[in-house]
Design a protein around this ligand. Structure first.
Ligand code: SF4
Ligand code: SF4
Length: 436
């Protein structure tokens, strides 16, 4: 049986790089480490201009608040601490480091002595916190905080390997090439939560990943590889929870309230690296694709490399770019700065030409086909939400549950009237948040 959820849609997959092995890119001459790469308070710098730093050294931390420390991905010298826009266009402090080319490892990075099985949950959570792990699927919620808040409340650990957004294949390759570390990360989580089972959810368009995970878990029947029907947005936690457990998440509740906790594939690898090796998050796998890119590929990139470094490593551009997107085309964010830095939540960089976009001469209009209602995975009425949002009647939109919209874009993708539904919904949600 293949697991699935109600609603959603099949989007064009464009998984062009699924067969592209992960390639480590050369470490650039400078890296720019953002002091906020997570949900929560930004880090305070622990270094100043002129300081020398080592690879993996903690250079920013958050005290007494929700947040993750950040670490240098190179050894070298701090040459600036300045403000740059992040992927959402918000100005964030960055520490700019000139790479000395030595790759000198920080002496604080020490592997765990003995087995993690002999360590308490608190000790392991602290190692995860110090490694600066935040949700690497793009949610960027601090992993230590997610674990702490779910301890004692959950009976299901679910590893979200759906990767349902078009183009992105970074986790697909992680499942194939880092299988042992991923599965060990799952075992560490099982030990922390005191649970004897876990579920790895993968869409059926990743047969090589499924085979690798099934091989790796052959002797551990309590880690179940769950094959899900390929459908967007399968990777949304609410949909995945329903698909696997038939539990529904009421508005305002967290998955842990329903007994489930979710981790991304790359986050599990990061948990292994942190607990077993003492290694913080200083690099990640990123898909670089789009019809403008000469050689689309999966890149192991240092945190703080720029988007232009990634594009250069992928052979540069063969067409004039129209849009640069950080993340997938459905939920990613358009960028205006090619010098923007890679952060822990960057799963993909897409460079798309104008050919990929359709421009309509006629004004958008709702023809009341009902398609958006049929496909909305949150069972909303996007046709009414967009109408109220356009009229500025945000309270009416709120009554129809606009705040429950997960902004997956399924409604806009399918709309024959070319209504920019999700964009208007975002405006309504922003206005309602501001009012609150
Ligand atoms: S899909 Fe578009 S045209 Fe159809 S009901 Fe929804 S908003 Fe109207
Ligand atoms: S209304 Fe929101 S949740 Fe529903 S399909 Fe549109 S973007 Fe997705």
């Amino acid at each position: 049986m293949k697991y699935t959820f109600k609603g959603g849609t099949h989007v064009e997959e464009h998984k062009n790089t699924a067969g592209c092995a992960i390639e480590p890119m050369p470490v650039p001459a400078t890296v720019s480490i953002a002091l906020s790469q997570h949900i929560g308070a930004p880090c305070t710098p622990l270094v100043k201009v002129g300081d020398t730093v080592t690879r993996g050294q903690m250079i920013g931390s958050v005290e007494n608040a929700l947040g993750c420390p950040v670490h240098s991905s190179v050894s070298g010298k701090v040459i600036a601490i300045d403000s740059r826009n992040n992927a959402q266009g918000v100005p964030i402090q960055n520490i700019v480091i000139e790479n000395d080319g030595q790759g000198t490892l920080c002496p604080d990075i020490v592997p765990l002595e003995g087995s993690y099985l002999d360590r308490s949950a608190d000790e392991l959570i602290e190692r995860i916190r110090l490694a600066g792990i935040s949700g690497m699927g793009g949610a960027m919620f601090p992993t230590y905080a997610k674990i702490r808040s779910a301890l004692g409340k959950v009976d299901h650990i679910i590893i979200n390997c759906a990767e349902c957004e078009p183009y992105i294949t970074a986790d697909c390759r992680v499942m194939i090439e880092y299988t042992d570390r991923l599965v060990n990360g799952v075992k560490i989580l099982m030990h922390i939560f005191g649970l004897d089972s876990a579920y790895i959810a993968v869409e059926d368009n990743k047969p090589e990943s499924i085979a690798a995970l099934e091989r790796e878990t052959r002797d551990f029947p309590n880690i179940k590889v769950c094959v899900c029907k390929t459908k967007y947005p399968q990777g949304d936690e609410r949909q995945l929870m329903y698909a696997l457990t038939r539990r529904q998440l009421p508005p305002g509740k967290l998955p842990a309230d329903m007994g489930c906790v979710f981790f991304n594939a790359s986050s599990c690898v990061a948990i292994h690296n942190a607990v077993v090796c003492g290694m913080p998050v200083i690099e990640r796998v990123i898909t670089v694709d789009g019809d403008c890119v000469n050689t689309p590929k999966n890149v192991l990139a240092p945190i703080g490399a720029s988007f232009s470094d990634l594009i250069e490593f992928a052979g540069g551009l063969k067409k004039d770019p129209y849009m640069l997107v950080s993340g997938g085309p459905m939920m990613g964010a358009a960028q205006w700065d090619i010098k923007g830095p890679v952060i822990k939540g960057t799963s993909a960089l897409l460079v798309l030409s104008e050919d990929q976009f359709t421009h309509y001469n006629e004004p958008s209009v709702c023809i009341r086909c009902g398609r958006c209602v049929k496909n909305c995975p949150m069972h909303l009425m996007p046709n009414y939400l967009v109408r109220f949002a356009r009229l500025g009647k945000f309270d009416e939109a709120a009554k129809l549950g606009v705040m429950s919209c997960v902004e997956c874009g399924t409604c806009s993708y399918n709309c024959p009237g070319h209504m920019m539904i999700v964009q208007h919904i975002r405006v309504a949600k922003g206005a309602l948040r501001a009012k609150k």
